[in-house]
Design a protein around this ligand. Structure first.
Ligand code: ARG
Length: 292
């Protein structure tokens, strides 16, 4: 009986030791996996690139050790009906902003993705974080600065006035003249819209989703003039007969990129890229390609 008990005890001890070792092994291999991912964040990024599922798994495995997997893309919101800053060539968005953004993305080591949307929704998209930045020939204004942060300026813009060649409006002063009540066409949410609504009242301003729709309204006679940025104005006048741009401008402005408030790191990276691209002449060369 004693002998039987001794054997039983020995068998039990062997079992206990075995299962203990197994647990240690499992634990170790789990740790190794975690470390492998944590040590090699690049691999995680590549996996994420390979497909969304893989990316999610890698991210989860890495857990707190590796932090969140950094995205390999950077998304820009724009409104691609604004030649020569952003417009479609076939199904590709090209233009000054698109090319400068491409160079900035390169400097940040990211692949640029461009999302085309209504101009009036860009700032909200940036605020909500559904995109990383907005770039759309966007004017820096005090009001917008309350919602987003702006980079240093990379271009100047001028609000111009387009009229029919035989228009009674001959200068910007005619719009302000006593008793004048001209209908002004604008693109919704632009500074042309905001300023002219302030100056001439809501009833005299008609908002269109795109600049060219405002110009078509001018051609068709439902508005008396269109207030829009000078370069797009030139492009639109070239594309439509019987129109001209008044010599006097309506407003002078600076264009910049906007990012969500509190995104100081991205803003600093974008500003550093703009500085470099200005100094080495890249921005000038891009602008010269589109504006002769
Ligand atoms: N500069 C003007 C603004 O900021 C008009 C910009 C319109 N841009 C565009 N991509 N449609 O309001």
């Amino acid at each position: 009986m004693k002998k039987f008990l001794a054997v039983l005890l020995a068998v039990l001890m062997v079992f206990a030791v075995c299962s203990c070792e197994k647990k240690v092994e499992e634990q170790q291999s789990e740790n190794e996996e975690t470390e492998a991912v944590a040590d090699n964040p690049e691999e995680t990024a590549e996996e994420a690139d390979a497909g969304e599922d893989a990316g999610e798994d890698a991210g989860e495995d890495a857990g707190e050790d590796a932090g969140e997997t950094e995205s390999t893309t950077i998304t820009m919101a724009t409104n691609a009906y604004f030649k020569p800053y952003e417009y479609y060539e076939g199904d590709k968005i090209v233009g000054i902003d698109a090319e400068i953004a491409e160079e900035i993305a390169k400097k940040l080591g990211k692949e640029l993705v461009i999302e085309d949307m209504e101009f009036s929704t860009i700032i909200t998209a940036v605020q909500e974080g559904s995109v990383d930045f907005g770039m759309a020939g966007m004017t820096v204004t005090e009001e917008r600065k309350e919602s987003v942060d702006f980079s240093s300026s990379y271009a100047n813009g001028v609000q111009s006035i387009i009229v029919k060649e035989d228009s009674p409006i001959t200068s910007v002063d005619d719009l302000y003249a006593d008793g004048a009540s001209f209908k002004v066409g604008v693109q919704l949410g632009t500074t042309g819209d905001i300023y002219s609504t302030d100056d001439f009242g809501e009833d005299n301003v008609i908002q269109y989703s795109k600049g060219n729709e405002a110009v078509l309204a001018l051609v068709g006679g439902s508005v008396d003039c269109v207030i829009i940025d000078d370069e797009p104005a030139k492009a639109l006048v070239a594309e439509n007969e019987g129109l001209k741009i008044l010599d006097t401008s309506y407003a002078d402005e600076d264009y910049a990129i906007c990012v969500a408030k509190g995104n100081g790191e991205l803003l600093a990276d974008i500003n550093a890229a703009i500085d470099e691209l200005t100094l080495d002449g890249t921005i000038d060369a891009i602008v010269a390609k589109y504006i002769k």
